[in-house]
Design a protein around this ligand. Structure first.
Ligand code: HEM
Length: 475
């Protein structure tokens, strides 16, 4: 059946009683069912990948928790179409954290493209990232070199090494050095920058986070403390001020450029801190453990193939360059596959600008103007109607003919075949993120033949512990 012939159906599902329906859905989501089962159960019950539900946090943090859920690869991309959905204050979902956390300003990621400030800020971001293209790889390699030294030390002294804490430190240092041209350790931040950002990010995401206690009393307390009222922004005030001061002092050339473009310096600096802390550091904090987790679980055969590709390409290209990275088709595919199977930012929201018709594989649905649309990306990018063995990590899925499937990889809030512009809401760091992930694999397999790691779920993302690293036998 062609798209236009799909029958128009009522959107199934219900919001339940006012207040109680939202609380019930919140408890199911966090405690009784868990995230994936929450969606799977309703998808089965309504026999549809499009249905109505409440999304956390609900009362008293979000004024309206009602959403239309999208769970398949066909309907999901409506969220990228800013002519159909409005992206005003929807970064975190049905609530907006206090602007006291961002100097009283709404950061770029909260702005809708119809607001002129969005294009001004995003253009500035895209140009400052483009200007740093050449220093990106050497800066990252030097930060990764420190990470691997620490990882080996910890492994030899304790028999295991936590990747996450070392990754946090590496990610913070890399982003600061990329934007400020110097190491944060020589500034007022010392070695505390990552922890300061963690505290500030946690205040923003607390309403949609769970610490995963295995105890009903603790879960009840957590629900009251994290999900019922916003935590007061003053808890992060002093950390945030130090971060702001450090960026204000050391990123002066970037801020001069912002002023030249007509932006207010104070607003630009708060936006820069948001870009560095929430977007870039927060993104790397979530993404790199996911990458290591899946590559680790794929085992020695994939490690051998990656090492072979990486070492031969680096040798033939004369180093780790952007051109060399571009020639590593298996390495690129492995990164896409990790972002497909476990998208680091699993949620996307948008409010219907007007009445829109959304099509799943089987039916069409009318969403009314003003209704909130919510996409749960891990289901959309594991859609069995698009991907064979969607739950399997297939390292070479996107090699050769497989590249055609890249249009169904959505991690960046857009198709992998599209790019960020001042007019859309796709991640401004898309290319940087892909290169960072590729360089992490390159450094890993230049140094080691294989590794073994265990992993556990965290409130946001995964925790990865290295159990062994086998040094490279040839390089
Ligand atoms: C490392 C992993 C990263 C992931 C997984 C990621 C993912 C995303 C996603 C999903 C969005 C859209 C959010 C939404 O509106 O629903 C986004 C937006 C954005 N990201 Fe990233 N990001 C990452 C890193 C970065 C980096 C390194 C930068 C820049 C240095 C960056 C800059 C931005 C900006 C500025 C936006 C807002 C775009 C706009 O408002 O038009 N991100 N990112």
């Amino acid at each position: 059946m062609s798209d236009s012939e799909l029958p128009l159906e009522e959107i199934p599902g219900a919001y339940g009683l006012p207040f109680f329906g939202a609380i019930r859905d919140r408890l199911d989501y966090f405690y009784f069912q868990g995230r994936d089962e929450f969606f799977r159960d309703r998808m089965r019950k309504y026999r549809s990948t499009v249905f109505r539900s409440n999304m956390p946090p609900g009362p008293f943090i979000s004024s309206n928790p009602k959403v239309v859920v999208l769970l398949d690869a066909a309907s999901f991309p409506v969220l990228f179409d800013t002519s159909k959905v409005e992206k005003w204050n929807v970064l975190d979902g049905t609530y907006m954290p206090s602007t006291a956390l961002t100097g009283g300003y709404r950061a770029c990621a909260f702005l809708d493209p119809s607001e002129p400030k969005h294009a001004e800020l995003k253009r500035w971001f895209l140009s400052l990232l483009a200007a740093r293209r050449d220093v990106c790889i050497p800066t990252l390699r030097s930060c990764l070199s420190d990470l691997f030294v620490d990882l080996e030390d910890e492994l030899s002294s304790k028999g295991k090494a936590s990747f996450n804490s070392l990754n946090d430190k590496m990610s913070f240092n890399f982003v600061f050095e990329l934007l400020c041209g110097q190491k944060p350790s020589s500034t007022i931040l010392g070695t505390k920058g990552a922890a300061m950002f963690d505290q500030w990010i946690a205040l923003q995401l607390a309403p949609i986070m769970s610490l995963g206690f295995n105890n009903m009393v603790l879960n009840f307390l957590e629900d009251v403390i994290l999900h019922t009222f916003p935590l007061p922004p003053f808890l992060a005030k002093s950390s945030y001020k130090k971060l702001y001061d450090a960026y204000s002092e050391h990123a002066s050339s970037i801020l001069d450029e912002a002023e030249r473009l007509g932006l207010d310096r104070d607003e630009a600096c708060h936006n820069l801190v948001f870009l560095a802390g929430f977007n870039a550091y927060g993104g790397m904090k979530a993404t790199l453990p996911i990458l290591i987790k899946w590559v680790g679980s794929a085992g020695e055969e994939l490690h051998r193939r990656l090492a072979r590709e990486i070492r031969s390409t680096v040798a033939s290209e004369g180093g780790v360059t952007l051109a060399a990275l571009d020639k590593m088709s298996l390495t690129k595919s492995v990164v896409y596959e990790a972002l497909r199977i476990d998208p680091p930012v699993p949620y996307q929201y948008g409010k219907a600008r007007r009445d829109v018709v959304v099509r799943s594989h089987d039916a069409a649905f009318r969403i009314r103007k003003g209704e909130m649309v919510f996409g749960y990306q891990p289901f959309a990018t594991k859609d069995p109607r698009v991907f064979d063995d969607p739950e399997e990590f297939v390292g070479d899925r996107f090699v050769g003919e497989g590249e055609k499937l890249l249009r169904y990889v959505y991690w960046s809030n857009g198709r992998e075949t599209d790019g960020p512009t001042a007019g859309n809401k796709q991640c401004a760091g898309k290319d940087l993120v892909l290169n960072v992930c590729r360089v992490v694999l390159v450094e890993l397999f230049l140094r080691y033949d294989t590794f073994d790691a265990g992993c556990e779920s965290l409130p946001v993302g995964s925790s990865v512990t290295f159990r062994s690293l086998t040094k490279a036998t040839s390089c």
